[in-house]
Every structure is written in structure tokens, then in C-alpha cells.
Write a protein that binds this ligand. Structure first.
Ligand code: TPP
Ligand code: MG
Length: 277
């Protein structure tokens, strides 16, 4: 079923609230990763407030879908989405990166058990997600009804282990796996195509036997159509290459790799960032 106009408006509002929280958290923490977190807010809003089968009041509900954030450095957007969805109080977001906080600079499930995994070392989340899908297959058979989502970044694809995982999922024809790539064209100190070209990215994934789609990562209709189409393929895992704008919502910071891991610090930058939409 097509996502309704009404739902789209409410997702846009959620994404705006998440972006605003991300900016406040980072300014309060005085460190963290801005660009990727803002760029993925629409996708996280879509998942937490529309697509995921989950229950924030019962995080370990056995039939829940699983969401793994492999590019753990953008966790402010994960924490903000989880808080707004009701997993923990929104006020706790202010503790990001503080001593003793559950909200570590990279997600740590010993501190925050409602996370599916710890992450931060890039390139390992997809292998972990595939492990979960294979365990699920052993326990519950091929159509367990659970969907496994793994969010990855483009810079993360420089990690060789990613490609071992991509190869394995193709071989195993994991039907209930959806990978969403944050294709924002930046990594820590430059543009991906200058540092380690990934293109032709669609052809690469396709040649590893995945169902591949490209979307505008800020368009809920496109995102929803692609997620649904991927889920309907029973012969292949699905990857959605989501074209996103790094630092989305703060026009003068957008598309600049310098904001990968930088935080607004001067009074002018803070004023500008707080106007995030
Ligand atoms: C194995 C590993 N090597 C290096 C790093 C350091 N690191 C953190 S983020 C990052 C850049 C990755 O690119 P991307 O995730 O595309 O950055 P973004 O789009 O979020 O700015 C790197 C190299 C890491 N976290 N893990
Ligand atoms: Mg990137």
C-alpha cells in the first residue's frame, strides 16, 4: 500500500525533530559526527515511525524487526530517533558522550541494551546482521516474518570485510535482509570518488547477486517503494543506495566533507546550526 500524504507530513515533522535533537546533542557534547547524522534523519524517521515492526515499551519483543547501524559514528541520529520513538526519555539525549552516559560516542549495547549491536569499527555491521539472519533461519525457517535492516555508509565500503559479507548474503539468497547505504559521497577527509572510487556502485552490488535500487534518501515515497519492492523479492537480498545530502537541513553546511566529524562551535556556527530544518 502506498504511503499516505498524511503519513508523509508526520514523517517530515519527526525527521525535523530528530535533526533538531541531533544538533542540540552535538552542541552540548562539543563533539560528534554531524553530516551523516543529519543526512540519514529521514531514513531513520521512516524506519522508526513507519516501517519497523517494533515495540519501544518491550525492546526485546521476540518478533521485532532488527535494525543494525553499521556506521556507528552517526549514532546521534539513532539515539534521537529511539528517544523520540519512546525507548528512553528525550531529555537523556543531552548526556551524549558524557562520562557515565548510556549514550556513548559510538553505540555500546552493554550500556544501552535496546541496541541490537555495538558499532563503530566500520565494515563489521553487515557481517553481524547476516549472522542474525542465518541464526533466524535456523531457528524459524526461511519465512520467519522478521526483517533485518542494516544501515551502512559509503565510506564504509572501503572496508574489505564489507565485500565478504556482500558476497555471502548473495550466495545465501537472504530474502529478509535490507541494506540501506548512506550514499552521501563524503568520508572523513574528502569525497569518496577522490579517495577510493566506489562507482559503478550499482553494478558492483548487482554482480554480487543483490537486488539493487537507488533512491533519493529524503523522499519518503521513493524510500517506501524501494523498501517494499526489496522485501517482495524472495530470491535475493536487497540493497537500497540512498542518495543523501550530508548535513541536510543546514544549507551552508550541506555537502561539505569538513562537517563529517565537526561540531558547530563558534557563536555564528551555533546560531546557523540551530536553525536546522
Ligand atoms: C575500521 C575503521 N576504520 C576507521 C574508522 C574511522 N572513521 C570513522 S568515520 C570514517 C569515515 C567513513 O566514511 P563515511 O561513513 O561515509 O562518513 P560520513 O558520510 O558519515 O561522513 C572513518 C574512516 C572507523 N570508525 N573504523
Ligand atoms: Mg559517507
Amino acid at each position: 500500500m502506498k504511503i499516505s500524504e498524511e503519513k508523509i507530513v508526520s514523517l517530515q515533522e519527526k525527521a525535523a525533530a530528530i535533526r533538531s535533537s541531533v544538533v542540540s546533542m552535538l552542541i552540548e557534547a562539543k563533539s560528534g559526527h554531524l553530516a551523516g547524522a543529519l543526512g540519514m534523519a529521514d531514513i531513520l524517521a521512516y524506519l522508526y515511525f513507519y516501517k519497523l515492526k517494533h515495540n519501544p515499551k518491550n525492546p526485546k519483543w521476540i518478533y521485532r524487526d532488527r535494525l543494525v547501524l553499521s556506521n556507528g559514528h552517526i549514532c546521534p541520529v539513532l539515539y534521537a530517533s529511539m528517544a523520540h520513538a519512546g525507548y528512553f526519555p528525550v531529555s537523556e539525549l543531552d548526556t551524549l558522550r558524557k562520562f557515565g552516559s548510556r549514550l556513548q560516542g559510538h553505540p555500546h549495547r552493554d550500556f544501552l541494551p535496546m541496541l541490537e549491536t555495538s558499532s563503530g569499527p566500520l565494515g563489521s555491521g553487515l557481517s553481524q546482521t547476516i549472522g542474525m539472519t542465518l541464526a533466524d533461519r535456523i531457528d524459524n525457517g526461511k519465512s520467519s516474518g522478521r526483517q533485518f535492516y542494516c544501515l551502512m555508509s559509503d565510506g564504509e565500503l572501503d572496508e574489505g570485510n564489507s565485500w565478504e559479507a556482500i558476497m555471502l548474503a548473495g550466495k545465501e539468497k537472504i530474502q529478509n535482509l535490507t541494506v540501506i547505504i548512506d550514499r552521501n559521497n563524503i568520508q572523513i577527509d574528502g569525497f569518496t570518488e577522490d579517495i577510493m572510487p566506489l562507482n559503478p556502485l550499482v553494478d558492483k552490488w548487482r554482480s554480487f547477486n543483490w537486488h539493487v535500487q537507488e533512491v533519493n534518501g529524503h523522499d519518503f515515497v521513493e524510500i517506501d517503494k524501494a523498501v517494499s519492492e526489496g522485501k517482495s523479492r524472495f530470491d535475493k537480498p536487497s540493497v537500497i543506495i540512498a542518495h543523501t545530502i550530508p548535513s541536510k537541513g543546514i544549507p551552508s553546511f550541506e555537502r561539505k566533507f569538513e562537517w563529517h566529524g565537526k561540531v558547530p562551535s563558534t557563536p555564528e556556527e551555533i546560531r546557523t546550526a540551530k536553525k536546522v530544518i
